[in-house]
Design a protein around this ligand. Sequence first.
Ligand SMILES: NC(=O)c1ccc[n+]([C@@H]2O[C@H](COP(=O)([O-])OP(=O)(O)OC[C@H]3O[C@@H](n4cnc5c(N)ncnc54)[C@H](OP(=O)(O)O)[C@@H]3O)[C@@H](O)[C@H]2O)c1
Length: 254
Amino acid sequence: MRANDQVVLITGGGSGIGLEIAKVFLANRNRVIISGRNLSKLEAVKQEYPSIHIEQSDVTSEEDVKTLVKKLETEFGGIDVLVNNAGIMNLVNAGDEGNDLHSQFQEIEINFHAPIRMLHHFLPQLKKSKQAVLINVSSGLAYVPFAQAPAYSGTKSALHFWTQSIRPQLKPHAIKVVELLPPVVDTKLAKDADLQDDTLKPMAPEKLAAIFWKEYTRGKEEITPGISLALKLMSRVAPRFIFKQLNKQPIPQS
Ligand SMILES: NC(=O)c1ccc[n+]([C@@H]2O[C@H](COP(=O)([O-])OP(=O)(O)OC[C@H]3O[C@@H](n4cnc5c(N)ncnc54)[C@H](OP(=O)(O)O)[C@@H]3O)[C@@H](O)[C@H]2O)c1
C-alpha cells in the first residue's frame, strides 16, 4: 500500500481515532484534510499541526458533501484516500418507549448512510487516482453485538458487510478497500458511553494508530487491533459465549 504523497480526507478527523490516523498520514508526507462539524475543534488542531487542512463539513448533509467534493477537486485535484471515520454511539434501552428515537436515526445517518454518501460523491476522484484507497472505520462490535448500544451495533455490522460487498466491486476500478475495526479506544466517544468493564479495557488512540499504520502499509484489508481479533474469532467458534462475556453490564436507562 502506498504510504506517501497521497491526498487523504479523514471525516471526523478533529478528535480521537480520526486525529491519530491523520497524524500518521501527516508524519509520512501525505497531504491531509480533516473534516467535522465543530469548526473551533478543527481550528485547535490546525494551530498544533499547521500543515493539516481543515474543512467544516457534516457527513449527513448532501449539500456539505457536494461542496467539499468541489473544493477538494479545485484545491488538491481530488483525493486519493477517503477515510470514513466520523461516528457516534448512543446507549439506548430499546425496551423503553421513552427512548430517544431521533438520536438513534442520527446514529444510522452518521455511521452507515454517510460512508455510502461519501463514497458515492468522491467516486470520480477516487477513480481518477492512481492508487486510491477507501478506509472504513467500523468496530470490533461489528463481530459481536453490544446490547447497551443496539443501533450502534447494527450500524457497525452493516458497515462491515457493506465494506466486504463493495471490495470486489471497486477492485476493477483500482480502488482498494480497507476496514479498521477498533477495540474500545480511549476517546470522547468511549468516555461519554462510560464503558467501564474489564473485558473492554480501552486502548490508547496513539497505539491504535500505530497498529493501523503497520498493518495498512503491509496491505492488510481487515485490521483488527487488540480484542477485536478475539471478537472476530470467538464470534465464529463460540458466539453465545462471547456475546455473554461482552454483555455483562446492566441495560442502560433511557
Ligand atoms: N472509541 C472507541 O472505543 C471506538 C471503538 C470502535 C470504533 N470506533 C469508531 O471510531 C470512529 C471515531 O470515533 P472516536 O472514538 O474517535 O470518537 P470521537 O473522538 O468522538 O470522534 C468522532 C468524530 O466524528 C465527528 N463527527 C460526528 N458526527 C459527524 C458528522 N455528522 N459529520 C462530520 N463529523 C462528525 C466528530 O466531530 P464533530 O462533532 O466536530 O462533528 C468527531 O471528531 C467512529 O466511527 C467510532 O464508531 C470507536
